[in-house]
Design a protein around this ligand. Sequence first.
Ligand code: AMP
Length: 220
Amino acid sequence: MALNLMLMGPPGAGKGTQARRLARGFHVPHIATGDILREAVEANTPLGRAAAAIMDAGQLVGDDIVIGIVRNRLQRPDAATGFVLDGFPRTVPQAEALDAMLDRRNPLVVIDVAVDDEDVIRRLSKRRVCTGCGTIVGAKEGLPPVACPDCNGALVQRRDDRESVVRERLTVYRQRTAPLIDYYRERPTFRSVDGGLTEDEVAAAVADAAHGGSVVRRTA
Ligand code: AMP
């Protein structure tokens, strides 16, 4: 089985949650450049030190840096039969680099998760991340959740989920990442889905898009 999947969409579209689930279902690694960069910041590596201020400002880390991260990650054996990319590519040069990396692999399935700006701000103001297991916890209404439903771990707000930074991330998304929709639109393996869909509905769209490229058998 092989699935080369990329989820795109504005911050707060639900990509991370969907990506984790799809990766589990297809038995391929979930590769989230934001997670890799946050780990580097946490570990205070040279990469983390270079990226921290950029991330806190809601800006994009340089293309060469993230392309290098993804190139290395895709060469690891667990990515040989596929992957779910979450948060990469975010610019046209990154997308071109990814196409070059995938030269001899199956086609890339691209799912664009569409959400409007006010929805993003509402969702992210309540989004919390578990410090124990990394689960992303949203709140449909009312106050943000206080403990992780999976492991009861403490929940924290991401530094860049504060409203001023979210607005900057949205601007950056519209200017630098949304053009990727035109980059991928004509491919038979591209689908745009509503961010309000359930996880099952998104999984169905992925299977349909993958079928467009005739490359996947879903086993989960
Ligand atoms: P995310 O968790 O995907 O929202 O990413 C958090 C932050 O990491 C972004 O706001 C960027 O600063 C940085 N980042 C993650 N992925 C990329 C990427 N593909 N290109 C540039 N910067 C990125």
